[in-house]
Design a protein around this ligand. Structure first.
Ligand code: NAD
Length: 399
């Protein structure tokens, strides 16, 4: 039976999913520092963390039993992915679980800005009855420009259209236009056309400062601006100026270049106190539904890897989804990706008179992963010979 250690209050669904699969689960509410973590991983095959636990090279090298790490969040910066791959430890995360939450916040922001709910809300809290239609608009028929048409941008496209908006998008990659969305061939083409711009680009280094004074000036007068992607992609001093001059009629910002680390920490930004400006503390993806989905998704990946050798959507290993063939034994072999490994592996099986029912191979960079289903029991002798292959990183038999 495998043992799992789940840290940082991962969603209770995860414990249930792993226990139902026969895994012995221990839950710890807080994070662990690397030294404590290394001590705690003796005999642990599955580790679950969120963003506060660092899984360093030292931790991974001190944990030979560790099969898989589940990051119950979106990012995996806290894990040394390269060392994990070298050690044959699979890493999984939840890349899609909070995309809907971000989309819903973007929609809420667009409507709130178009109706100037910020100002109306502030006035009434200050005891002023400011009933007026001036500057308030429906979003129906308005042109929305989505920059970055990935998981989030494309979902937003569908929902914005359902609300009657005309969607334009710009992506550096060729992306299929959903519904009636129109593809723009440049950012400027999009900026010339739309009345609200929302950024959903990824965090690649080249995206630093892609939206600054020049782009705000290019936006149509009295447009709306949203950034729920990454803080460093926007020059917020330039946004400040555009909001103060009134060229940009309202903005919603969820992400900042230097975000405070802990809840309750002080926050400063040139955008604080500006009219019709919604500031949120990076909560685009933070909903209870997203947390639940993350718990279900990552625990499912860990279970499928432990039980079946499936690496679909692993962030560091070759991805394979071996089918459900009735077999006596499944041999999962992770190896250095050099010519001839598969031939050598099959030669050893043939020499031991082992027949192969099914076999699948995938490679990723310097690693190869082959899963072999046999119709006879793979003895310790066979395993010893397979283990002697110099390219072997990790060898596992799954009954
Ligand atoms: N606010 C939050 O809480 C929150 C939550 C989840 C994700 N995010 C962020 O939202 C962003 C989008 O996430 P996703 O899952 O849709 O990512 P994704 O990788 O699926 O999509 C990003 C898209 O942007 C495109 N792109 C990259 N650079 C571009 C550029 N300069 N111009 C135009 N297009 C460009 C890419 O080709 C890709 O299609 C990411 O930065 C992610 O970190 C924020």
């Amino acid at each position: 039976m495998a043992n799992a250690l789940l840290l940082e209050n991962v969603h209770p669904l995860a414990e249930g999913i792993l226990s139902d699969a026969g895994v012995e689960v221990k839950c710890v509410s807080g994070a662990m520092d690397p030294a404590e973590l290394a001590r705690s991983l003796d005999g642990v095959q599955i580790l679950g963390i969120r963003s506060k636990t660092e899984v360093t090279q030292e931790v991974l090298e001190a944990a030979p039993d560790l099969l898989a790490v589940g990051a119950f969040c979106i990012g995996t910066n806290q894990i040394d992915l390269a060392t994990a791959a070298e050690e044959g430890t699979a890493v999984f995360n939840a890349p899609y679980s909070n995309t809907r939450s971000v989309v819903e916040l973007a929609v809420a922001n667009i409507i709130a800005l178009a109706r100037r709910l910020t100002d109306r809300n502030a006035a009434l809290h200050a005891g002023i009855w400011d009933k007026s239609a001036s500057g308030s608009h429906e979003i129906r028929g308005r042109k929305l420009g989505i920059v970055g048409y990935g998981n989030i941008g494309s979902q937003l496209s569908v929902i914005a259209e359902m609300l009657g908006m005309q969607v334009y998008y710009y992506d550096t990659e060729e992306k299929l236009a959903l519904g009636n969305a129109k593809r723009c061939s440049s950012l400027n083409e999009l900026l010339d056309e739309v009345e609200a711009v929302t950024l959903h680009v990824d965090g690649r280094a080249g995206n630093a400062g892609i939206f600054g004074a020049e782009q705000f000036a290019r936006m149509r007068p009295r447009s709306l601006f949203l950034n729920l992607s990454r803080g460093f992609v926007v020059d917020y001093d330039a946004l400040h100026d555009a909001l103060v001059s009134g060229h940009v009629a309202g903005a919603a910002v969820d992400v900042f270049p230097n975000e405070p680390k802990n809840r309750g920490d002080a926050f400063a930004s040139p955008l604080v106190g500006l009219p019709n400006t919604i500031l949120t503390p990076h909560v685009g993806g933070s909903t209870e539904e997203a947390q639940e989905d993350i718990g279900r998704f990552v625990a499912g990946k860990l279970r499928d890897y432990a039980l079946h050798g499936t690496t679909t959507l692993s962030v560091n290993l070759p991805t394979l989804a071996p089918g459900d063939v009735a077999h006596a034994q499944r041999v999962a072999h992770l190896h250095h990706n050099t010519p001839g490994v598969l031939a050598h592996l099959n030669q050893i099986l043939a020499e031991h008179d082992i027949n192969i029912d099914a076999q699948v191979l995938a490679t990723r960079g310097s690693l190869g992963y082959v899963v072999t289903d046999t119709n006879s029991v793979v003895s310790d002798d066979v395993l010893a010979d397979l283990g002697k292959l110099p390219e072997t990183v990790r060898l596992r038999v799954i009954d």
